[in-house]
Write a protein that binds this ligand. Structure first.
Ligand code: DGY
Length: 326
């Protein structure tokens, strides 16, 4: 009697060992072995015949990839909360289940957002450079590397979802004067922080820190552009840990260079990795981290395990533990 063949799952990047072992117990695993994102033609070549796809942003899952995979593909599990790299409608029309990893990365991403906020307002990039390059100044100049404080400032959170709220919770400990937020609807849970629901325009005008925690949709691509930067205070600090596409990067560069805003801290860019000749890298008042919002050992292990559970459930035709509802 021949045994039922094991399903095949393709993984677009390495995953923590425990999750890989869990997957290997049940499926034939194929893993992209290189330390870089897959190009679209590479993923098209890798997926024919697979039953499950474990993907990491920014690797795109679109019609061409799904066509290349074939009709036996049952489930896509993304190791992310962001879904902008997946054509959800196309998956839904083919009855391919999609799972993602909200919640388990909220704390890690909020901590990174706070870290970026503090390191930008306290000019860490210039400070680190000064130590290494012999520019360590003295108290002779009382203004040497002076930055700004969160205390008594107005914090504006654009997108008070899970990560926005967790960020605001943490920043509240720094005693800002107000916390504002904008979005489609006021959030009941935001009252716990005395956060004020305001229009996007008011948030831009009044905030000392504009902190972007949005999830991307077709309506917010390029939302931060020359117009929006002009509406911000000259002293405003712009933080983005959402996705690079919500920002027009050329406009951000101009705004920073011309002093229309004070500084920026970005964990996400377009493209990723950011090319080394990006003009943003020439500015002293920009701190950029390489999309490490969820990069803690705890969060990444939890994300990988949840993704594996999503995939195993999808392969069996069972409800996913963390499904995306289209
Ligand atoms: C997410 O989960 O969307 C993160 O941005 C990926 O690290």
């Amino acid at each position: 009697m021949s045994a039922t063949p094991r399903p095949t799952v393709f993984v677009t990047r390495g995953i923590p060992l425990r999750a890989a072992e869990l997957l290997r117990e049940h499926v034939d695993l194929r893993v992209w072995g290189q330390e870089r994102n897959m190009m679209p033609d590479e993923i098209r070549q890798a997926v024919p015949g697979i039953h499950g796809l474990l993907v990491h942003p920014p690797t795109r899952v679109d019609k061409a990839i799904l066509d290349a995979a074939g009709p036996q593909l049952k489930v896509v599990g993304t190791m992310s909360v962001g879904l902008d790299h997946i054509d959800l409608r196309e998956c839904a029309s083919r009855k391919i289940a999609v799972g993602y990893t909200p919640d388990v990365l909220t704390d890690a991403t909020a901590e990174l957002t706070v870290a970026l906020t503090l390191s930008t307002c306290r000019r860490f990039k210039e400070a680190f450079d000064a130590v290494v390059n012999g520019g360590w100044g003295t108290w002779d100049n009382a203004q040497y590397l002076c930055g700004k404080e969160v205390k008594s400032s107005v914090i504006g959170i654009v997108g008070m979802g899970r990560i926005g709220f967790a960020t605001a919770q943490r920043l509240k400990a720094f005693k800002p004067s107000r916390i504002l937020y904008s979005g489609k609807h006021p959030k009941v849970y935001a009252t716990e922080l005395d956060a004020e629901y305001v229009t996007f325009e008011d948030l831009l005008r009044e905030s000392d820190f504009v902190i972007v925690c949005l999830s991307v949709n077709s309506g917010n691509i390029g939302l931060f552009n020359a117009d929006t930067f002009k509406k911000m205070k000259k002293s405003a600090i712009f933080i983005n840990t959402s996705r690079g596409v919500v920002v027009n990067q050329n406009d951000l560069y101009e705004a920073l260079k011309l002093g229309q805003i004070y500084a920026a801290g970005l964990d996400v860019t377009t493209p990723e990795p950011l090319p080394l000749d990006s003009p943003l890298l020439t500015l002293p008042n920009v701190i950029i981290t390489p999309h490490i919002g969820s990069a803690t050992e705890r969060a990444r292990s939890a994300m990988a395990e949840l993704t594996v559970k999503n995939i195993l459930a999808g392969l069996k035709g069972e409800p996913l533990p963390s499904p995306v509802h289209v």
